[in-house]
Design a protein around this ligand. Structure first.
Ligand SMILES: CC(C)(COP(=O)(O)OP(=O)(O)OC[C@H]1O[C@@H](n2cnc3c(N)ncnc32)[C@H](O)[C@@H]1OP(=O)(O)O)[C@@H](O)C(=O)NCCC(=O)NCCS
Length: 178
């Protein structure tokens, strides 16, 4: 199964291509930034942790046929974020999460919303997934706003590993926005 092998998503300002092992240095600009990691309540990644994280995502691509995209800002040919899909189990139910992380020097310009909208449409129209969720740490207002802007709704608050999350969800393929 290699639905993802040729997957490239295009938006007016962004190019989304599948994450590659060679993206680790660029990803470290994101995950090595305390402002980004404050959203997760964890310390910044070093190179080894970044490589492990990237490898987990590459393994996920191979196992599930979809995964995270690296988000390239076309005007600068620069990797400014990641956005994509992750299969997970939430309270015993299989689910696909839409997630996103961006360089803090590119925040609040609508890039996460633009990328997440493209991934949402890909998930529903191409992969034909029935539902997407996003688990957002309670208090992460920027992420909550992105989820709302792409048409997701907070359905319930849950706790995972002692951490409270808003569970956002959206059914496909109706109600596509943004
Ligand atoms: C969440 C994140 C990806 C958003 O990226 P972004 O490119 O800045 O997102 P956008 O510009 O598309 O939208 C951000 C929205 O949040 C709003 N926002 C930002 N900070 C906010 C805050 N503290 N309170 C309320 N709203 C806030 C912005 O005003 C904007 O909404 P608007 O368009 O209605 O004005 C980015 O902040 C990030 O990478 N954070 C760290 C990692 C993270 O939290 N990932 C998500 C894990 S669930």
């Amino acid at each position: 199964m290699s639905l993802v092998t040729d997957s490239q998503l295009e938006t007016p300002r962004l190019h989304l291509r599948l994450m590659q092992a060679s993206d680790v240095d660029d990803l470290l600009y994101i995950f090595g930034d305390p402002k980004v990691m404050a959203s997760f309540g964890v310390a910044t990644f070093n190179r080894e942790q970044m490589e492990r994280w990237a490898q987990r995502n590459l393994d996920h691509q191979n196992q599930h046929g979809y995964g995270l995209f690296s988000v390239i800002l076309k005007s600068e040919e620069l990797l400014i974020g990641d956005c994509g899909l992750e299969h997970m189990e939430v309270d015993g139910v299989q689910a696909t999460e839409l997630g996103y992380d961006f360089r803090s020097d590119y925040w609040n310009q609508g890039f996460a919303t633009e990328a997440a909208s493209a991934v949402r449409d890909y998930a529903f129209k191409v992969l034909q997934l029935p539902q997407l969720i996003s688990l957002i740490r309670v208090g992460n207002m920027a992420s909550k706003r992105v989820a709302e802007k792409i048409g997701m709704q907070c359905t319930v608050e849950i706790t995972r590993n002692g951490v409270p999350y808003w569970k956002f969800a959206m059914e496909g393929p109706t109600n596509l926005q943004a």
